[in-house]
Unconditional design. Structure first.
Length: 532
């Protein structure tokens, strides 16, 4: 998507942003100490929270979309939701996006509403409508739970209530929430509407993390003008390094081990994470990927997280006097992709006895004390027997792009092999129909000159093969990168994944798509129906 001139033409009005400042809270100053997001933990098996989604434009012209939570009079943005398997999550959303500017109206591209089914307020999807996707959770894809196809929450409407039970079998780990209105997801996520979800219990399966200081890092990415790919800034818990001169600061004690839980909540950035000590990347001990504990930890110097993926790992701080940086390496997304440039996410400040040159802005509420629990084997986790299950169907899918003259790709498709290439429509029939109980192997190929990130809602999948060779990955994922095609005479890259539809909890219609959010918004998505 190198060139998006047609979008620039359609949305030229948005280059002059003059939206009345609304009521998103201020974000931390450049170079701030990175605090964990405010955390809300479930109490007695229930987490109940109300979020207001608001909107404003900051002094530099960046659009903010913010989940506001009133913590006893203090407004906190995008708190972390901490739940246990089996808990009930009640989340009420108030849409208070204020859209009082004509430019914003111009940007509102009409998407056809779903025929028949509606959930919430109905009406048309638009820049002002919202809903919430609970990324990675194995919960039902139905109204008031994790439906994104038919749910629309319109501005000013009375609160919309999500209520779901976190399955007792939900793997412990890091998940996240974000809006998912087709056609407009990128705008709201670009503006910062995303937060972390922790399903507690990692220490039961990975005792390495017991007792370690835990950090939650939500990495977001923002274009100045949404939908017009171009220069962007990354932030870590909303602390930006806008001028690449005053990086955010992560504090550690010299020699300390910390458990870092990182969400890639960017709109399209493939993060290649490193912790660089005295100019050399150091080994990171990977505990979990995409909210699923590894059967065996492994050490890597670089951890690639596609957009929407998560990585949880142990970082060892060096002795005092060392230099240490949290860094993302450059990653090539191919001839028609946007380059993901290298850069510092944060400087690591080594502080003896918590004495810092900088004062943290606000204390981070401690998570609920973790009960001492016997350790459990990852063999007891959901999906862990998937490798040995009989496969009920094999499918082939592919990503592709269609070019429009010299403007680069203008259509983005994910297609079930044998079907016609088409973009997603809310009222389309499912591209795939299967049944509860099915275990399927999908080979997903990338026939585009750009890397894509495959994601399916409701389930985790096992990566069996990468480019036809055993993947050597013992975990489960919900998002996976598939590198770009290098052009005629070269093979397509592919992954073969095992999809587990055995759990009746996830019966219903949901979606699979590319998690480069512009691609999803432009239709690189389809439905799958899992019949009960
Ligand atoms: Cu894509």
């Amino acid at each position: 998507m190198r060139s998006r001139c047609w979008l620039a033409i359609v949305f030229c009005g948005c280059s002059v942003l003059s939206w009345a400042a609304s009521d998103c809270p201020p974000r931390p100053a450049e170079g701030s100490v990175v605090n964990d997001p405010y955390a809300i933990s479930s109490q007695n098996g229930v987490l109940t929270a109300r979020f207001t989604l608001a909107h404003s434009v900051d002094q530099d012209g960046y659009t903010h979309y913010c989940y506001k939570y009133d913590a006893s009079g203090q407004i906190e943005e995008a708190p972390t939701l901490r739940v246990n398997p089996g808990d009930t999550l009640n989340l009420e959303i108030f849409n208070r996006i204020k859209d009082d500017d004509q430019n914003a109206k111009k940007m509102t591209m009409k998407m056809p509403a779903a025929q028949g089914e509606t959930c919430g307020d109905g009406g048309n999807p638009s820049l002002d409508a919202t809903n919430v996707h609970f990324h990675g959770l194995n919960v039902p894809p139905i109204c008031h739970q994790d439906d994104v196809i038919d749910t629309l929450i319109q501005p000013g409407s009375p609160g919309f209530k999500y209520s779901m039970q976190i399955p007792t079998t939900e793997p412990p780990g890091l998940y996240w929430y974000h809006p998912h209105v087709h056609g407009f997801t990128e705008f709201q996520v670009n503006g910062g509407a995303a937060g972390a979800i922790v399903v507690e219990g990692m220490e039961k399966y990975r005792p390495e993390v017991q007792g370690l200081t835990e950090r939650i890092f939500v990495i977001r990415q923002q274009y100045l003008v949404p939908w017009i790919p171009g220069p962007y800034e990354l932030s870590i818990n909303y602390v930006v390094d806008q001028n690449e001169k005053v990086p955010p600061l992560i504090q550690m004690q010299p020699g300390e081990q910390q458990f870092w839980r990182v969400v890639n909540a960017s709109i399209q950035d493939f993060l290649e994470l490193e912790v660089v000590v005295n100019n050399k990347p150091e080994k990171l001990e990977i505990i979990a990927l995409d909210g699923y504990p590894l059967a065996k930890t492994r050490e890597e110097k670089e951890i690639l997280i596609p957009p929407a993926g998560r990585a949880e790992f142990i970082v060892q701080a060096p002795p005092s006097g060392s230099s240490a940086v949290f860094y993302t390496q450059a990653y090539s997304t191919g001839p028609t992709g946007n380059p993901d440039v290298a850069g510092t996410l944060a400087d690591i400040e080594l502080t003896d006895n918590n004495q810092s040159l900088h004062t943290a802005k606000a204390p981070t509420p401690a998570p609920a004390p973790k009960p001492a629990s016997p350790s459990a084997s990852t063999a007891a986790l959901k999906f862990s027997d998937l490798a040995h299950q009989a496969v009920t169907a094999e499918r082939k899918l592919y990503f592709s792009e269609e070019f429009g003259g010299t403007n680069g790709p203008i259509q983005f498709y994910v297609t079930v092999d044998g079907q016609k290439q088409r973009v997603f429509e809310a009222d389309e029939k499912p591209a795939i129909t299967t049944k509860v109980g099915a275990v399927e192997d999908w080979t997903i190929e990338n026939r585009a000159l750009e890397t894509h990130a495959f994601h399916i809602h409701q389930i985790h999948f096992k990566v069996l093969e990468v480019d036809g060779k055993p993947a050597g990955d013992d975990g489960m994922r919900d998002t996976i990168e598939i590198p770009y095609w290098s052009g005629p005479g070269t093979p397509y890259h592919s992954v073969k994944v095992r999809m587990d539809f055995r759990d009746p909890t996830i019966a219903g219609t949901f979606v699979f798509h590319c998690h480069i959010l512009l691609h999803e918004d432009l239709g690189m998505m389809h439905k799958i129906l899992v019949e009960p």
